[in-house]
Design a protein. Structure first.
Length: 370
């Protein structure tokens, strides 16, 4: 696994799957974008560098040694992706707040609270399908705060089972600023601006040394490259980087018999928010790892789609569990090696999975202590 830093050299338009371009519409940027965006940018660069005929590649007649073909992907895959910044000579990841962390405005200061699973008292009924409810315990009512991200040090403490402090946060305006643009719809017949077709869209103007970190397996990337990234093919530099992701001791998790699964990229699961291999009663088995999901904190589902350049058609839209979704697992039965193997493989079954979406970096997660 090799880590690289993506440094924008222009305003980026990182669009989601919402249509825009109609009169009065607004195209909002999505940060971080889906991992498929960076996977597509890197694969396009590799195909151009190796002089692959794109028409033959799209038809499956020419195979790239790392990328494979559109129908049969090769060993290339994105194994990590997210917002990051350079601090002196190292890369620091910047994380969205997980679903079991709640940031609140307590008077003039911020306060970080944790959501934890609680058993339901006798006589209380709910539609929640798991054994325990994710409950926010707080001394007083407070308003939620937004516009903050978690730095790497706080992420490390979070995975270890601790509550990060507000010193571990960084404000959005220290990372990027919105750049509003106005677009004009064109008349394809007369090749001029069409009447009454003004729309607006939002770009992201990144601060100095802020960009993205991406980990790639199965392909040798150059130490430095230039990518077409996001809408309109805006430029971004791809630079080799040194980064060691924070991780908890898998030996300790195996010995404790319980853990958390925290999604670091959107989860495309066959049964909505439920993990692959998870039954109605919460029992869970995947890649030799057994356990019981007793609680889950999953934010509102998002819809993941995209554009298939090889087939020149939209990708199938799928509901996804968002980044930061948390699953609490008890009765964990696995060796440290099996836990590590599942983390490397991602939340995909051993066979019969969507190889293209796996190569794009979906269903990635980190183990966390509980």
């Amino acid at each position: 696994m090799n880590w690289h830093f993506i440094e924008p050299v222009d305003v980026l338009f990182l669009r989601g799957n919402k249509l825009f371009g109609d009169p009065g519409s607004y195209g909002e940027s999505q940060i971080p974008p889906w991992p498929s965006a960076v996977a597509g940018a890197i694969r396009a660069s590799l195909l151009a560098r190796d002089s692959i005929d794109l028409q033959r590649f799209a038809r499956g007649e020419e195979r790239h040694p790392a990328i494979g073909t559109p129908a049969q992907p090769g060993p290339f895959r994105v194994t990590g992706f997210g917002l990051a910044r350079r601090v002196e000579e190292r890369v620091e990841r910047i994380w969205p707040l997980p679903a079991d962390l709640v940031l609140q405005q307590a008077g003039e200061r911020l306060a970080m609270r944790r959501i934890s699973p609680r058993s339901v008292a006798a006589g209380i009924a709910s539609s929640f399908p798991l054994a325990r409810l994710p409950v926010l315990t707080q001394p007083d009512r407070a308003k939620p705060a937004s516009g903050y991200w978690l730095r790497d040090g706080g992420w490390k403490r979070y995975l270890a089972g601790e509550t990060p402090s507000t010193e571990d946060l960084i404000a959005t305006d220290k990372l990027w600023r919105a750049d509003e643009r106005v677009g004009v719809g064109l008349d394809p017949v007369q090749r001029r601006a069409d009447d009454g077709k003004l729309f607006s869209l939002q770009g992201a103007d990144f601060c100095k040394d802020v960009g993205f970190a991406v980990a790639v397996d199965g392909a040798d990337l150059p130490a430095e490259d230039l990518l077409r990234f996001g809408g309109d093919g805006r430029g971004a530099r791809l630079l080799s980087a040194e980064y060691q992701p924070p991780q908890v001791s898998l030996d300790n998790l195996a010995a404790a018999g319980r853990a958390r699964i925290v999604l670091t990229t959107p989860g495309l699961f066959p049964d909505g928010w439920r993990l692959p291999g998870m039954r109605e009663d919460g029992r869970f088995e995947l890649m030799g790892v057994h356990g019981r999901v007793v609680a889950a904190a999953v934010s509102r589902a998002e819809v993941v789609s995209g554009w298939d350049l090889a087939r020149w058609q939209p990708k199938t839209a799928r509901r996804a569990a968002p980044i930061g979704s948390v699953y609490w697992i008890e009765d964990l039965q696995a060796t440290p090696e099996q836990l590590g193997k599942l983390a490397d493989h991602g939340l995909w079954p051993a066979e019969g999975y969507d190889a293209q979406r796996r190569a794009e970096g979906f269903n990635r997660f980190e183990w966390g202590a509980w």
